[in-house]
Design a protein around this ligand. Structure first.
Ligand SMILES: [Zn+2]
Length: 201
């Protein structure tokens, strides 16, 4: 698997395509999204990040890691809004894509068919290991899928899931990253067994 492509053609060609960057929490999805968008920006492409409008209680702690040369990000309430706001954009970045509606798949196809490079970052699975929202469908239609991994906090292997460390059954528990830990498959199974006395499992 090629994680960091140095192929420059993506920055210089105006050709529509869909790229998905997915993985668990703490896997560097957003960083990779920003890295690609910055390169496109250096190549004088017009770039923008869209992210879902989330419950306001959590809105301050989400998504794009802001630094001095951060890329403008626009919160939108539905995937259809991305289409409306992308008319002057060469490269569309979408962060936290797992929280968008299923219409996102069609929106991305539509953009790519019109020559836009679409780069999507999102959680592949929820904390129970269930494929998350529109991400599986997006992986299917993507020209390129990059799966990034966090490191298992128990053993140092590659993590595969964001294990929730608190007993809360709500699927979307946002902006509470201290309540998750990246675990590999083996340590996740161990954690589930260890928790069998608790009410979550
Ligand atoms: Zn492990």
């Amino acid at each position: 698997m090629v994680l960091f492509s140095e192929d420059h053609t993506q920055e210089t060609r105006h050709r529509g395509r869909i790229e998905v960057i997915c993985g668990s929490m703490f896997s560097g999805k957003t960083e990779e999204l920003i890295r690609r968008l910055k390169r496109a920006s250096f190549a004088r492409q017009r770039v923008e990040i869209f992210k879902p409008v989330l419950d306001t209680r959590y809105s301050e702690s989400d998504v794009v890691s802001h630094d001095n040369n951060s890329i403008p990000s626009t919160p939108v309430d539905t995937s259809a809004s991305i289409l409306l706001l992308s008319s002057e954009i060469d490269v569309v970045g979408i962060d936290e894509a797992q929280f968008f509606d299923e219409g996102l798949t069609d929106v991305c196809n539509e953009l790519a068919n019109h020559g836009v490079r679409v780069i999507i970052a999102g959680l592949d699975m929820d904390y129970k290991g269930v494929p998350f929202g529109p991400i599986p469908g997006l992986c299917a239609i993507a020209d390129e899928v990059t799966k990034v991994h966090a490191i298992c906090v128990k053993c140092g292997d590659l993590a595969y899931i964001s294990h929730r460390t608190v007993a809360d059954d709500k699927r979307v528990l946002l902006g509470e990253k201290e309540e998750y830990e990246p675990l590999c498959r083996r340590c996740y199974q161990k954690a589930l067994r260890g928790e069998s006395g608790r009410k979550t499992e």
